[in-house]
Design a protein around this ligand. Structure first.
Ligand SMILES: [Zn+2]
Length: 295
């Protein structure tokens, strides 16, 4: 999961209910943000800090009807044209319902900018719970945020110390419906880019900081070992690289990489050359004042 950051080619007609499936076979896929250290006093304002748990899990894509009827849960709903938001009575989510709705609307605007499309017709269901434990009761796993793209549904935590933002998850939903299911590092990287920042930091600045700390993986390492790297490193690194790719090579290149996973073919550059070019962008980022604990 993941806040504030992210052309043509996708027909939004493909995104409607009952419309053709994404490019690749619709693998059962969920985007999850989990493994948050419990002691971390983080307020995730604009992005979900996904600490290693968001990824390609082969799980059932939960339907909103299933979640709405889940035993042990009572929901209050608020519907706009684009979203139906479910909160529990008396919860922080209920108290922040209007803010959540505004955030979701802004998130949609940002996501549509990134994918360069005029709209996304399906209504997205957002289930809000107040803790990772409550999330486990709802979906069966501890997580800060999870997206089910085939059912246009996301579940997020809005509590005392975690406030997941919708942009990261909404990006997963919209992009996978529009472009298919890519490799995980690409999916997460572009979702971080769409969210606009990572844990309150500019992604390039944070990666320069990680580089100075000797913690920034090579691009090759990131591509090969994304799931094995600490989430606090792999997510912002992938976000920074995909931002470089988007802003330097353009959306069509990003879409080609998303669909075919062939960086060299899409860019005309080797992975090593791309790594150098990415780091040269990081060299002009300002890491001054950043403090960030990886472990
Ligand atoms: Zn994600």
């Amino acid at each position: 999961m993941a806040d504030g950051t992210p052309a043509t080619g996708c027909c939004w007609g493909q995104l409607g209910v009952g419309a053709p499936r994404p490019v690749k076979p619709p693998r059962r896929h969920v985007e999850e943000h989990g493994d948050m250290p419990r002691s971390l006093p983080v307020l995730l304002l604009l992005a979900v800090v996904a600490l290693g748990g968001c990824g390609s899990l082969i799980v059932t894509q939960l339907k909103p009807q299933t979640l709405a009827a889940k035993r042990g849960f009572t929901w209050t709903t608020q519907a706009s044209g684009d979203f139906v938001i479910y909160v529990e009575p008396g919860s922080p989510g209920e108290r922040q319902l209007d803010r959540i709705e505004r955030d979701a609307a802004q998130a949609k605007q940002r996501v549509l900018e990134v994918v360069d499309e005029p709209g996304y017709p399906p209504v997205v269901s957002i289930f809000v719970v107040d803790s990772r434990d409550r999330m486990k009761q709802l979906i069966g796993r501890r997580s800060n945020a999870t997206a089910y793209y085939t059912t246009n549904t996301m579940c997020i935590v809005v509590g005392e110390t975690i406030r997941a933002h919708a942009a990261h998850e909404l990006f997963h939903i919209v992009a996978m419906n529009a472009w298919g299911v890519p490799r995980r590092w690409i999916n997460e990287g572009l979702a971080v880019y769409a969210a606009g920042q990572w844990s309150g930091h500019d992604t390039h600045a944070l990666c320069r900081y990680l580089q100075e700390q000797g913690q920034l993986p090579s691009l090759q390492d990131l591509m090969r070992r994304f799931a094995k790297l600490p989430g606090l490193v792999s997510y912002p690194a992938a976000g920074s690289f995909m931002r470089y790719l988007y802003e330097t090579h353009g959306l069509e290149t990003v879409k080609a990489v998303w669909r075919r996973d062939a960086l060299d073919e899409a860019t005309g550059m080797s992975v090593e050359e791309l790594d150098v070019a990415w780091r040269s962008v990081l060299a002009s980022a300002d890491a001054e004042g950043i403090t960030y604990e990886v472990n």
